[in-house]
Ligand binder design. Structure first.
Ligand SMILES: [Ca+2]
Ligand SMILES: [Ca+2]
Ligand SMILES: [Ca+2]
Ligand SMILES: [Ca+2]
Length: 491
């Protein structure tokens, strides 16, 4: 029976820890031991729900350390080798240099994920510039990883690739991918049901400029991947590339609140020799079912939203496309029987003449180029895109910019069709940004900046839209306008 001794010690040690942390258990009487025994066995045989050990990685650490906050590891690779499902690896701020890819091959479960997080308030930069060409930054060949707050810089290939072992149910959040030698973040080899949230990808460029996209759920990617709040700019090929290789087929990818701009332009601002499309939706022999909601494409070298011969379903709701070098919207070839192309509540604008190439098969409703709308620059609060490159909001959401937001008084406000997305006012708007009454300083929020905007136009009359301050449309700025703002205060 001596072999049971370590187990008994663990049980009693755990009982004491529980007493310290949960005094209510001290009053539970005789059932306590059985309860704690069961909990302990659960802890031994499942992933660490109660006493997880956080692991720490610091550029000045040492892989012979124990990985505690005071004695951190040096490499994520070491931390990954030690981490148990349910635990968190915290990566401290500063520049972490890697000459070889970081490979993750062990998967968590829905109930016990792995967490790889920037230490709160710090910004770790993973610098792969000493890699050889062709080496990835992070090779995520696993499922149920939640990775947050890391920068992936100058890898010899993708900054990160999610692939192999059916890599699924990962969440990549607030990560930045820049100056890598292929796509910033790629998903392939069956990678399915991953969430990419509030990530930025820019200045990625391969040697021939024809491969490096910002985000590429392409080639052999799996289904159900979801992008939210992402930005992609100045990548040498496309901003988002959904090109499929046979036999991969019938894959669905969803984008919500994502921006694509300056695809095909290089870091120095010059036009490159890549494809330069914003959202490239597929390829000629396969069905990529693409759902795009509240997405924005502007100033891409070629198309804003580009079918690229995709045979699958394409559903575009409330997307805005502005001033792209090619078509703002290009869906000209009918998808396969049983698949649909739908474009509803979308805006196409810009100085170039022919801005759309949409086949008659495309199901359309309340788009800006259809009657009764006649869109001019005056429909927009701003046409200056500079703030789109700016810092994100404190919560990680996209910057609250005036660019392409509807100006107070635009007939595109409440001019859209209800497609099931949330909206303000009596109906959905047309375009990527839903207007809110009182948004004088156009940002999508009502706050002190709007009050200042109202005050600066206070009691003006016969002033048109009065710099956005005439919310009720009577060309005067007065208490009625103030009350509209007050109704939406801090929304
Ligand atoms: Ca591409
Ligand atoms: Ca509305
Ligand atoms: Ca505002
Ligand atoms: Ca008024």
């Amino acid at each position: 029976m001596i072999f049971l001794l370590p187990f008994v010690i663990i049980v009693f040690d755990t009982m004491n820890r529980f007493r310290a942390h949960a005094p209510v258990l001290q009053r539970t009487g005789g059932g306590e031991c059985i309860l704690i025994l069961l909990l302990t066995m659960g802890m031994l045989f499942a992933a660490c729900p109660a006493y997880c050990t956080n692991r720490y990685v610091d550029p000045n650490g040492n892989d012979n350390n124990d990985g505690s906050i005071d004695h951190p590891y040096k490499t994520i690779t070491k931390a990954v080798s030690m981490v148990v499902a349910g635990e968190t690896i915290y990566v401290r701020g500063g520049t972490h240099t890697y000459a070889d890819p970081i490979t993750i091959s062990k998967s968590g479960t829905a109930g016990a994920k792995y967490y790889l997080f920037a230490y709160p308030g710090e910004k770790p930069i993973l610098d792969f510039s000493s890699e050889d060409t062709g080496e990835r930054g992070l090779q995520l060949n696993a499922s149920y990883w939640y990775i947050k707050g890391l920068d992936f810089y100058k890898a010899g290939d993708n900054g990160m690739i999610i692939e192999k072992n059916n890599a699924s149910y990962n969440r990549i959040e607030l990560c930045n991918f820049y100056e890598n030698e292929d796509s910033g973040l790629q998903l392939a080899n069956g990678a399915a049901n991953n969430e990419i949230i509030n990530c930025d990808s820019y200045y990625n460029r391969d040697v021939n400029q024809g491969n490096a996209d910002g985000f590429s759920p392409k080639l052999t990617v799996g289904t159900g991947n979801y992008f939210y709040g992402c930005r992609s700019w100045q990548n040498s090929d496309d901003a988002y590339d959904l090109y499929l290789n046979a036999p991969t087929d019938n894959v669905t990818t969803t984008f919500e609140n994502c921006w694509a701009f300056k695809a095909g332009y290089l870091k120095n601002g010059s036009a490159g020799i890549g494809n330069g499309n914003g959202f490239k939706m597929g390829s000629s022999t396969n069905h990529h079912n693409v759902i795009l909601k509240n997405c924005l494409a502007f100033q891409n070298l070629k198309e804003g939203f580009d079918q690229n011969h995709n045979k699958g379903s394409m559903t575009l709701y409330n997307c805005t496309s502005y001033n792209n070098g090619g078509y703002n919207f290009e869906i000209s070839e009918a998808p396969s029987s049983g698949y649909t192309a739908t474009v509803t509540n979308c805006i196409s604008h810009g100085p170039t003449g022919a801005t759309r190439n949409l086949g008659t098969f495309v199901v359309q409703a309340t788009n800006s180029w259809k009657p009764p709308f006649v869109v001019t620059d005056a429909d927009f609060a701003s046409l200056d895109p500079n703030a789109a490159y700016g810092p994100r909001n404190a919560d990680g959401s996209l910057p609250s910019i005036a660019f392409m937001r509807l100006a107070t008084g635009s007939d595109l406000i409440d001019g859209g069709t209800d497609v099931g997305l949330p909206y303000n006012g009596i109906a959905p708007d047309v375009g990527a940004f839903e207007h809110i009454d009182g948004d004088c300083q156009a940002s999508g929020h009502i706050n002190w900046a709007d009050l200042a905007c109202l005050v600066s136009n206070w009691l003006d009359s016969n002033c048109g839209t009065c710099n956005g301050a005439d919310f009720d449309g009577d060309s005067e700025v007065n208490f009625y306008d103030f009350s509209i703002m007050a109704d939406n205060w801090l929304k």
